[in-house]
Design a protein around this ligand. Structure first.
Ligand code: ATP
Length: 507
């Protein structure tokens, strides 16, 4: 099985992630907490490796990008200035029969997907009928039924986007009713009105005064903006330059299903890139291309990615792209690349009364820089990696294996060392090999079970190399090294192991 847009495939990934210690439901012994997850021994390694790959390609490889680790708690005025108190809302609607809650825009989007599927069906039918002569573009632009569906999709989209932009909640409800959209659970169209719901979690700071409400940050970006001058001055940064940050963010999502795709506590990897006003579109283009390259450098199939240009823009943006990924439930946003203008810095300047400007030594002018942001969810990236990596394969001897073909640079373990048997001095030799490797790579030593079973276990967690120590090793200091994807084995000298593993990990 390759990539599959099926519920079944998704269930398998979730079950595999649990069985092999990647991801557990939070507080599972108490029946779990919805939309919160814990990363197990292999999950934490994969997660750290994704962070490391991102951090290196952002901070280490760009001389003009520096890092930051700002606090999750921030002064409440931050969220007033950033617009999150006013505008970080999602429209929600409840079905009175099932008592289930939905995001109104997502209900409408699911409805659009259904119409899209009808178009696909027509196309498939026609492709079968016409065979090699089939011209999909022509069919799309002439077939009456397909044209009608396409127009319908456009009309609904326009109406929805307009309503969202102008906060016409009545209009959203009308659209849901007129399209006869029903609740997937009860099947009824017995809806409440649409209401706005703010996604920020609040809590209280200290224990004394009344006015001590603070928020858990819904994005890491604001920590970067309020530190703009601190970093620019202490780092002696000149425009254009970037500040990168990895950290937790919290959103009280209305509906949080789909495993680690939509969580209420999650992690973001964000870059805010400060540029001269007027150059932001060039930089948006630059970062869009860089980020696509970053994903493709991992060797994940091109088909998994799609670029989407935003029609509806967030309150701070003047242009935006999403890098979408073909998750088991279809193409969805993996990363956002936004031109945020000077919205945030100007707003913080106004609310704090502190100047947040750049003095340009060349033009001898001071101005508020513009910002291009790249923002990727670490957990979504984790799910993308699992989705692309999970394979069920039938082997030559008719047995089956589940293998995670994780890009080796991200694999939890880089190598596993197996003595063929537990006697004859093989474990001691195995330990020697292990000691040679473990200071440079995450490795595991295993002597339990047959070699075949040990291979299967490491296939299932994505270890790119399994090294077996046998009797010949004691004579000539060679071992077999087995590569995960091809399953090919080679006899090599122990002294070459380091170089072989390193070669596949280089960026
Ligand atoms: P969506 O439309 O899916 O709600 P968004 O447009 O609100 O996402 P951004 O505000 O652009 O997302 O956040 C940047 C990135 O953070 C997203 O591309 C995504 O990878 C990640 N992200 C956002 N919300 C969540 C969440 N609830 N759980 C996990 N990751 C998230």
């Amino acid at each position: 099985m390759g990539k599959g847009n099926s519920e079944d495939f998704f269930k398998k990934i979730i079950a595999h992630a649990k069985e092999y210690g990647f991801i557990f439901q939070s507080s599972e012994i108490y029946d779990g907490l919805s939309a919160a997850y814990d990363y197990g021994p292999f999950g934490v390694e994969l997660k750290n490796n994704i962070k490391d790959y991102w951090w290196k390609s952002m901070v280490q490889y760009h001389e003009n990008i520096v890092g930051l680790d700002s606090a999750i708690f921030m002064h409440p005025s931050t969220w007033k200035a950033s617009g999150h108190l006013e505008a970080f809302n999602d429209p929600m609607i409840d079905n009175k029969d099932s008592k289930k809650r939905y995001r109104a825009d997502e209900l409408i989007e699911d409805h659009l997907d259904k119409i899209e599927k009808k178009i696909d069906k027509e196309i498939k039918k026609a492709a079968k009928r016409f065979g090699d002569d089939f011209d999909e573009d022509q069919f799309r632009s002439t077939h009456p039924k397909v044209l009608k569906y396409t127009e319908k999709i456009e009309a609904i989209k326009n109406r929805m986007n307009n309503a969202l932009e102008n906060e016409q909640l009545d209009e959203l409800k009308k659209l849901i009713e007129e399209e006869n959209i029903t609740c997937p659970v009860s099947g009824s169209a017995n809806w409440t009105d649409v209401r706005q719901f703010n996604l920020m979690f609040s809590t209280e700071l200290g224990s004394t005064s009344e006015n001590n409400k603070i928020y858990l940050r819904p994005e890491t970006a604001q920590g970067i903006f309020v530190n703009y001058l601190n970093v620019q001055k202490t780092g002696r940064m000149k425009l254009p330059f970037g500040i990168a940050q990895i950290g937790k963010a919290f959103r009280n999502e209305i509906v949080a299903r789909q495993f680690i795709f939509r969580m209420r506590e999650f992690e973001q990897m964000e870059l805010q890139y400060f540029v001269q006003p007027g150059t932001e579109m060039e930089w948006l283009e630059y970062w869009k291309n860089e980020r696509v390259k970053w994903h493709k450098a991992l060797g994940i199939d091109d088909d998994f990615f799609r670029l989407y240009e935003h029609e509806k823009l967030a309150h701070y943006a003047n242009a935006a792209y999403d890098i979408e990924f073909d998750f088991p439930f279809g193409f969805k946003e993996l990363e956002g690349i936004h031109s945020r203008t000077d919205f945030d810095l100007s707003a913080h300047q106004e609310h704090s009364g502190k100047k947040l400007q750049y003095y340009d030594p060349e033009t001898q002018e001071s101005y508020v820089p513009y910002v291009v942001e790249t923002s990727i969810g670490l957990d979504r990236m984790f799910l993308a990696v699992l989705t692309a990596a999970y394979k069920e394969e039938k082997l030559q001897d008719n047995s089956e294996r589940v293998v995670l073909k994780i890009p080796p640079i991200l694999s939890p373990y880089k190598a596993a060392v197996f003595p063929l048997t537990k006697k004859d001095g093989l474990p001691e030799k195995g330990r020697e090999v292990m000691d040679k490797l473990k200071f440079n790579f995450m490795c595991q030593y295993e002597e339990k079970d047959t070699i075949g079973k040990r291979y299967r276990r490491h296939d299932a967690i994505g270890t790119p190399y399994c090294i077996t120590v046998d009797h010949q090793t004691l004579e000539d200091n060679t071992v077999t090294i087995r590569e995960r994807d091809s399953m090919e084995q080679e006899r090599v000298e122990i002294d070459r192991l380091q170089e072989i593993i390193q070669k596949r990990l280089s960026m």
